[in-house]
Design a protein around this ligand. Sequence first.
Ligand SMILES: [Zn+2]
Length: 252
Amino acid sequence: MIDVHAHLDDARFRSDLQELLEQLRAAGIRRVLNSGSSHASCRKTLKLAAENDFIYAAVGIYPHDTGELEQNGMEELEKMARCPKTAAIGEIGLDYYYDTVARPIQQKWFHAQLELAERLRLPVVVHSRDAMRDTLAILREHPRNTGIFHCYSGSVESLREVLDLGWSISIGGVVTFKNARVLREVAAAVPADRLMLETDSPYLAPTPYRGKRNSPLYLPEIAAEIAALRGITPEEVERITDENALRMFKMA
Ligand SMILES: [Zn+2]
């Protein structure tokens, strides 16, 4: 199985990371696309990727960290984006849930990082929270970019627009929450070739681990839930999502 979105560089993994990495190998987790969110976390992500063959890096500055780009520009990010194990630009996007960074600033750096991804021909991991309309409007201005909406939280109607733009979605532990009615509809409706699995570890652990530290070891819980919603087997979910992830991200 492949986890297209995790934060194994998070402090919550510091005490037992080596042990967890061994468990991931033993469990047959084939790839993890670890996402940076700030310059510091991108550097940690690249180190993890350099030390572990099955870990790949997404490098990008998260909407609420775009103040770093206001200060220092894109130079360091571009250097990291050119590293051999960088498989994507991300996570980048818009987050209007918290207003810690003004919306025009978030938008400016979303544009700039999309341009970088296009120039380097890298797919993009998008974070969009309470900002679907503006996110889609910006992506429409960048028709040559492609990628995934990680932890997709939009409606079935927005999903149509995402698909029309040629983008995919990844779904994580929230799909196992019984009150996630819309996401469960989305998980059943998304075409098989546009779906990937993620954990967003250490956040958003699936049922029955809800509230605990999440890890890619819980991918099977997510796959099983999506399989039930689509009326197919977990093995089939694993097969199609692995295929999609390897086609989208160069994780040889
Ligand atoms: Zn994330």
